[in-house]
Ligand binder design. Structure first.
Ligand code: HEM
Length: 157
């Protein structure tokens, strides 16, 4: 009886550890654990790192002219992103891909225009205008992700 219990728990432990291992492929050094990143994901991650503190400062009423530098980093990322192609594009029929890419670039252009205004508002210390523009940029980002990001990658946002 005791032996059977021991064997049973041993079998259970082995099953758990092997199933854990199966879901734990070795990530490339520096990559996110879940999957290898596309060029666009890397660019978006850089933008996210600069954008997150801007959003937080806006939410807490703590924007300052110094935040213009972070916004410039996000804007430069958006410029890089417009030279890249969303992964979703490959899943579109060939005849629709050029329009998809043009629409994607137009959305980034909207973002760049909003960020340019945001930089100017911050530099001018017009914090109420800057706060509103952070919200406007948020809507452009949300729309961009809804339209151009693969649905299975939307769970972060
Ligand atoms: C401040 C602006 C933005 C931020 C902070 C941001 C942030 C992010 C983040 C964190 C990811 C996930 C990256 C990962 O999985 O590692 C992502 C992915 C993505 N974003 Fe953005 N995003 C921004 C603007 C936009 C805009 C305006 C568009 C569309 C015009 C867009 C299109 C995409 C696409 C297509 C992906 C999936 C990557 C791929 O297809 O390879 N993003 N973004």
């Amino acid at each position: 009886m005791k032996i059977r219990l021991l064997l049973l728990s041993l079998g259970f432990a082995l099953t758990v550890s092997s199933s854990l291992r199966a879901e734990d492929p070795k990530p490339a050094p520096g990559a996110k654990a879940e999957k290898p990143e596309t060029e666009l994901e890397k660019t978006m991650s850089k933008m996210n790192k600069a954008w997150r503190p801007v959003r937080k400062a806006a939410k807490e009423g703590k924007l300052t002219p110094a935040d213009a530098a972070l916004v410039a980093t996000v804007r430069q990322g958006a410029e890089e992103a417009s030279k890249l192609t969303p992964a979703l594009e490959a899943e579109k029929p060939a005849a629709e891909q050029a329009k998809f890419q043009a629409d994607y670039q137009a959305q980034l252009k909207k973002l760049i225009a909003t960020l340019t205004k945001l930089e100017a508002a911050l530099t001018a210390n017009d914090i109420p205008a800057a706060t509103k523009l952070v919200g406007d940029a948020g809507a452009v980002i949300k729309g961009g992700h809804k339209e151009f990001k693969k649905p299975d990658e939307n769970e972060h946002h």
